[in-house]
Ligand binder design. Structure first.
Ligand code: F6P
Ligand code: MN
Length: 322
């Protein structure tokens, strides 16, 4: 099995970007270890603080954020970072070539129940002439990402990453401490019989999503003429990993639960990187109106509606909005 760096060189990834990726992965290996220590590491449970999103921070959220932030800011490769757990972007090296956005620990509510969690990251090129402390440099659409990926802390620790030459799977080999390539050019099946959505929000969705899901639930007695299965891990990394592996549609649609916040997932460090991975695997990643990666961001913590996965199923869903 191929090691990470040679696999990336085969995709013509620059040495600078390979070094940056290895830097991020060094932090995730440490996070993987801390996660596996659970009660033994004293890091389960919550802190007394809330993040900018108004969510209570888990101890592991904070530790994961510090590990990634420190290693990136010390690396010299990075001009600035933005994180789910940081109020504002944080300046790095003025000569750094890259901008990194990340969700240090996605699926935080799974931490204390020993279930799937992961780190999501998205890399853009820094814009020459803009200051390292200028948050406006993060206002770049998802289609400008040069790399996106996640590390899933599951029964095995897996890296799923794209640099624009397909989406590849790697597994952390603890015998030598590196990630090994296990599947090149993963393809999301175009058709599916599986959907992922938090059904408890159903009554708050807009009519098109209500109608679409009702037709899935009607199974072979309804207009779709086939039975659908449902899965919800409550960690986007876990649900998207399943979709990449065996197909499916994943959605967090707009809802009216809190009129001031119709969307849940974050564009910069959740929706964009996952969209890049899904599209590079032949899937579709949309809102009900447009391609997610074409959205011009207006702030680093912006939220967005997400409908992604198997191409034909995403198109079937979007047809309800027309
Ligand atoms: O980061 C947000 C997140 O935890 C995602 O990972 C996940 O898909 C979603 O929220 C879960 O939402 P809910 O709590 O509504 O099930
Ligand atoms: Mn998250």
């Amino acid at each position: 099995m191929q090691r990470l760096a040679p696999a990336l060189r085969e995709d013509n990834v620059s040495l600078d970007l390979i070094s940056l990726i290895k830097t991020i992965l060094a932090a995730t290996k440490e996070i993987s270890f801390r996660v596996s220590q659970a009660h033994l590491g004293g890091l389960l449970g919550s802190t007394l603080d809330e993040n900018i999103q108004g969510e209570v921070q888990k101890k592991l959220d904070v530790v994961a954020n510090e590990l990634i932030k420190d290693i990136l800011l010390e690396s010299g490769f990075v001009k600035a970072i933005s994180s789910e757990e940081e109020d504002d972007s944080v300046a790095g090296d003025e000569n750094g070539k890259f901008l990194v956005s990340f969700d240090p620990l996605d699926g935080s509510s799974n931490i204390d129940i020993n279930s799937l969690i992961g780190t999501i990251f998205s890399i853009h090129e820094a814009i020459p002439g803009m200051a390292a402390d200028d948050p406006a440099q993060f206002k770049q659409a998802g289609h400008k990402q040069v790399c996106a990926g996640y590390v899933l802390y599951g029964p095995s620790t897996m890296l799923v990453m794209t640099t624009g030459k397909g989406t590849h799977f790697y597994v952390l080999d603890r015998t030598h401490g590196g990630f090994l390539l296990v599947e090149r050019n993963v393809q999301v099946p175009q058709d599916t019989k599986e959907f992922a959505v938090n059904m408890s929000n159903q009554r708050f969705w807009q009519a098109p999503m209500q109608n679409y899901i009702n037709d899935l639930l009607a199974g072979d007695t309804g207009p779709r003429g086939k039975n659908f299965n449902m899965r919800w891990i409550a960690a986007m990394v876990g649900d998207i990993h399943r979709v990449l592996q065996r197909g499916g549609i994943f959605t967090y649609p707009a809802d009216s639960k809190n009129p001031e916040q119709p969307y849940k997932l974050r564009l910069m460090y959740e929706a964009n990187p996952m969209s890049y991975l899904i599209e590079q695997a032949g899937g579709l990643a949309m809102t009900s109106k447009e391609r997610i990666m074409d959205i011009e961001p207006d702030s680093i913590h912006q939220r967005v509606e997400v409908i992604m996965g198997s191409k034909n199923e995403v198109e079937a869903c979007l047809a309800y909005y027309q």
